[in-house]
Design a protein around this ligand. Structure first.
Ligand code: FES
Ligand code: FES
Length: 140
């Protein structure tokens, strides 16, 4: 199929049927929250992770106020990071999302939002863990 049709099918599936929409309790000690904006268009993405005792991401939720590609990118990211370590999740590049969803170049910044959001959520989780001086097990 053409790139345009792949774009349509994969993005539209995540767009019309986004996975893991919602919120986690940001005050929960096991939850990290990332909120980022795209200067290019003013869209905003919130992505939250829950980390279990073994340091794996056990739950993920997002809310995105933005274009279809941003929603699809965040939906894709939530599925992608579930079950990963923080280091693995933080290493995911927007170019992978863009490739998987066949985003056109003009929509690259939409996938960048998802990369920024997961990193921001990880940072938030780690800073909370450090603040309470707990025996945080992942690498910083
Ligand atoms: Fe605003 Fe993307 S430019 S939704
Ligand atoms: Fe701005 Fe998609 S996030 S156009």
């Amino acid at each position: 199929p053409s790139t345009a049709r792949l774009y349509h099918e994969r993005v539209m599936d995540h767009y019309s049927n986004p996975r893991n929409v919602g919120s986690l309790n940001k005050n929960d000690k096991d939850v990290g929250t990332g909120i980022v904006g795209a200067p290019a268009c003013g869209d905003v993405m919130k992505l939250q992770i829950m980390v279990d005792d073994s340091g794996l991401i056990s739950d993920v939720k997002f809310k995105t106020f933005g274009c279809g590609s941003a929603i699809a990118s965040s939906s894709f990211m939530t599925e992608r990071v579930k079950g990963l370590t923080l280091d693995e999740a933080g290493a995911i590049k927007n170019t992978e999302i863009a490739r998987e969803l066949s985003l056109p170049p003009v929509k690259l910044h939409c996938s960048m939002l998802a990369e920024d959001a997961i990193r921001s959520a990880i940072r938030n989780y780690k800073s909370k863990a450090q603040e309470r001086g707990s025996s945080f097990t992942g690498s910083i």
